[in-house]
Write a protein that binds this ligand. Structure first.
Ligand SMILES: Cc1ncc(COP(=O)(O)O)c(C=O)c1O
Length: 425
């Protein structure tokens, strides 16, 4: 768990607060923003300054109807979100983690099935496969985009053994989609060898990528089924936990709705062991209100990313990469991808020292992710050792996310880059 993606409590173990600077309560009672010192990695209080009034109106409407679970705003959010993602169905649920489990289970992926995925992601990308009863097979990432390397996916599929793998679960990390052209081509190739009618399932973990695009098509429409997180620090964030699954399959959507309400189709008749994972109406109201701003917020993120690029160039510390030498490697955008910079992640040597130095200069930064999933204690049962995924392990040593949120100012970006430059000498 980590700041901005998941904000740690004092012990670093539990999410504590999603406000990194002033609390929403203080912003509510006093609209004057507090004096700012340093640069936060994310400042939700500033977002609240933009949307606070709208959120108040939106949530009041929910209270006036008193329909708190899967109410009218949830239905409306699902309608609008499906349109935005270019799919027929969006199904709201309780979290991004649940969305992944729902996606897998709705596609009937479970006991005995192998799923190829990445070791360089948030824990839920792999834990949800295990929770569905399936077996994760990990494949390494590309050093430039940090997304799954299709050639490594191919090797993972070849290693799956009898029956092959049932699915590929690819993550659109940091707000940039995976290479969905090559993943679809691989699916085509491997499905052709299987029994008639069987087809490998593609699952998209779009938790960090609402509004991103691949070859003009939106995240959420790039696989058979896609999972989103609306954890408060996401680029579209709820006021608590929430998630969503999108698909254009009528059958999968029907199963998703059944599974999110205890496996019920008919009230109190349970066809399968589902989950209690509905989207609160209050969360849907918040998300609906914020969705109106999302294009503009994503646009600002892209402008800020481009500004960081220019500042790093001008400071003489930008390098081409893929690996850093004496400077920093700014994020690379695939020509087919429209990155929304949920995170702005550089690669740098002596990363931990830089992070400490930035902290001493009151500049926040974060590491997504310091330990690849195959080396996590909880996943030691997968049987992968150190050295199994060199790109992921190297990325885990070199990545550093710099402050990035739509309300970040160019002056703050200058402060950040000047501090990085001072560190690098
Ligand atoms: C890539 C990825 N997958 C899944 C999740 C899980 O989402 P949630 O925290 O809403 O359960 C997250 C959220 O951090 C994520 O970043």
């Amino acid at each position: 768990m980590e700041a901005a993606e998941h904000l740690p409590g004092p012990s670093g173990s539990e999410p504590e607060s999603t406000a990194t600077r002033s609390s929403p309560a203080s912003a509510q009672s006093d609209r004057t923003p507090p004096p700012r010192s340093g640069v936060p990695i994310l400042d939700l209080a500033r977002e609240y300054e933009e949307v606070g009034e709208l959120l108040a109106t939106a949530t009041r409407e929910v209270f006036s109807r008193q329909n708190f679970i899967l109410g009218a705003q949830t239905v409306e959010f699902e309608r609008v979100a499906a349109l935005r993602c270019g799919v027929s169905h969006a199904v709201g649920c309780a979290s991004g983690t649940d969305a992944l489990w729902l996606a897998l289970t709705a596609c009937r992926i479970g006991a005995g099935d192998a799923v190829v995925t990445t070791p360089f992601s948030f824990f839920a990308s792999v834990s949800s496969i295990l929770r569905a009863g399936a077996r994760p097979i990990l494949a390494d990432i590309e050093p430039e985009t940090f997304n799954l390397d299709p050639e490594a996916v191919r090797r993972g599929l070849n290693s799956a053994g009898k029956g092959g793998a049932r699915a590929i679960l690819a993550v659109d990390l940091y707000g940039q989609t995976a290479d969905w052209d090559r993943l679809h081509a691989i699916r085509q190739e491997y499905s052709a060898g299987g029994p008639a009618g069987s087809s490998m399932v593609l699952i998209e973990d779009a938790a960090q990528a609402f509004g991103a695009r691949w070859d003009g098509r939106p995240a959420g429409s790039l696989a058979d089924v896609s999972a989103f997180s609306f954890y408060p620090t996401k680029n579209l964030g709820a006021a608590g936990d929430a998630g969503m699954v999108t698909t254009s399959s009528e059958e999968v959507a029907e199963r998703l709705r059944m599974l999110r309400t205890h496996g019920m189709r008919k009230r109190y008749y349970h066809d399968e062991l589902g989950a209690c994972s509905r989207m609160d109406t209050l969360q849907a109201a918040v998300l609906l209100a914020k969705l109106r701003f999302l294009d503009e917020w994503n646009r600002r993120r892209r402008v800020l990313a481009s500004n960081y690029g220019s500042l790093l160039e001008r400071a003489g510390i930008a390098e081409r990469g893929p690996y850093p030498e004496r400077g920093v490697v700014p994020p690379k955008v695939h020509p087919k991808a429209e990155h929304i910079f949920h995170q702005y992640v550089i690669r740098v040597r002596r990363r931990d020292e830089l992070k400490e130095f930035l902290k001493s200069q009151e500049v926040s930064s974060e590491i997504y992710y310091p330990l690849p999933l195959h080396l996590q204690q909880a996943l030691s049962g997968l049987g992968y050792g150190r050295g199994a995924f060199p790109e992921s392990e190297r990325a885990a040593r070199e990545v550093l996310a710099l402050p990035m949120f739509p309300q970040l100012t160019p002056a703050e970006q200058e402060t950040v880059v000047a501090a990085v430059q001072r560190f690098l000498g």
